[in-house]
Ligand binder design. Structure first.
Ligand SMILES: [Zn+2]
Length: 355
């Protein structure tokens, strides 16, 4: 691996095995000059004390690089356990109406409101890591929801109070790694009972961000004794990096000026009974559920917006309903099928064939 300065610092590290996913906050620093330039959506051109995207990218790469080097060089014998808990964080954000149309929105008061378009996944999938003395060093928490409560200040959004709560219980040195599963049609905002949820939050005198964090912290508490009691120190480990071309939504029509496929990088890992599968989309939940359902792993973690971003990948149901997130995509249901098939094939290749 080579650092930004050109100096090779990790000769024994295969950087094709490195992957990085986004939790998709709406309150992170921007890395896009297009969006932050004069007259653009997040215009910071007149803010003297705000870092430019270029400055921020350099800082980010430096910090990432240092973290990777520290993690790789600090490897030690350790243990791992997994657990499954539940917390309502993600809500499906697409509403369907009597005529078959859909919106990404909140209007449940319309007389023609028919149903919430798709599924929600309230699982909290967890990995725990333990040192040689079986003291916890960190955990990976995966929810099917982007962290998008706040919009005003730079923060990790609901992951920040989650980290605070976990550290308060398990010590300041414990690491909490956040992962977002397939959640292209999910948001952390209650839609159907919005008014009651807001009033409950007010009665509790906490922020909505804190409320969501409390749900996740309670889910961790709930499974903690079993996570602690099931630490494995010799787990089967495998990691494959896969590059495939998925058909884009125009690949079957006349739009010959569009490239007909989109190149994507996928990572699949096996960690004992657990699989991790990444993709670079804002992947609608159904696709994640398909991968989880067809995977041979006991528990399958999906990480979306990982190794690049290729926008929304909506379901056929969503495309027929229309509206934002189901009209502005490059890859559609046809590509979604290929992505799911390839992910499942790759995961299942890490398990012995069935007899
Ligand atoms: Zn967004």
């Amino acid at each position: 691996m080579t650092s930004a300065g050109g100096a090779s610092t990790l000769d024994d590290f295969d950087s094709s095995k490195l992957f990085c996913g986004a939790t998709h906050t709406h309150c992170g620093p921007s890395i896009s000059y297009d969006r932050t330039g004069p007259g653009q959506l997040y215009d910071i051109s007149k803010e003297a004390d705000v870092m430019t995207p270029q400055q921020y990218i350099l800082l980010l790469y430096e910090r990432f690089g240092a973290g990777i080097v520290r993690a790789w060089q600090g490897r030690k014998p350790a243990g791992m356990s997994w657990a499954l808990g539940h917390a309502v964080v993600g809500y499906n954000r697409r509403l369907s109406y009597a005529d078959g149309s859909a919106i990404m929105g909140f209007d449940t008061a319309r007389p023609d409101f028919s149903h919430v378009e798709g599924y929600e996944d309230h699982a909290v999938e967890m990995l725990f890591f333990w040192d040689a003395d079986q003291k916890p060093t960190g955990m990976l928490l995966n929810v099917a929801c982007p962290s998008q409560v706040g919009r005003k200040a730079i923060s990790a959004d609901f992951w920040h109070p989650i980290r605070q709560g976990i550290k308060a219980k398990h010590g300041p040195d414990i690491h909490v790694f956040a992962q977002c599963a397939a959640a292209g049609d999910q948001c952390p905002a209650a839609i159907v009972r919005g008014k009651a949820e807001r009033l409950m939050t007010r009665r509790r005198n906490i922020s909505w961000k804190q409320e969501l964090a409390n749900r996740v912290i309670r889910a961790v508490d709930d499974v903690w004794p079993w996570a602690k009691a099931d630490v494995q120190t010799r787990v089967v480990f495998a990691h494959r990096t896969i590059k495939i071309d998925v058909p884009n939504k125009n690949s079957y029509n006349e739009a010959r000026w569009m490239p007909s496929t989109v190149p994507v990088e996928l990572h699949v890992l096996r960690l004992g009974d657990v699989a991790v599968a990444t993709n670079p989309f804002e992947l609608f939940l159904d696709y994640g559920i398909q991968i989880k359902g067809r995977s041979k792993a006991v528990l399958t973690f999906i990480s979306q917006l990982t190794c690049d971003h290729h926008g929304y990948l909506p379901t056929r149901r969503a495309v027929s309903g229309g509206d934002y997130s189901a009209v502005n995509h490059t890859v559609g249901p046809k590509g979604g099928r290929v992505l799911v098939d390839e992910s499942v094939k790759a995961i299942n290749s890490l398990w012995p064939p069935e007899k």
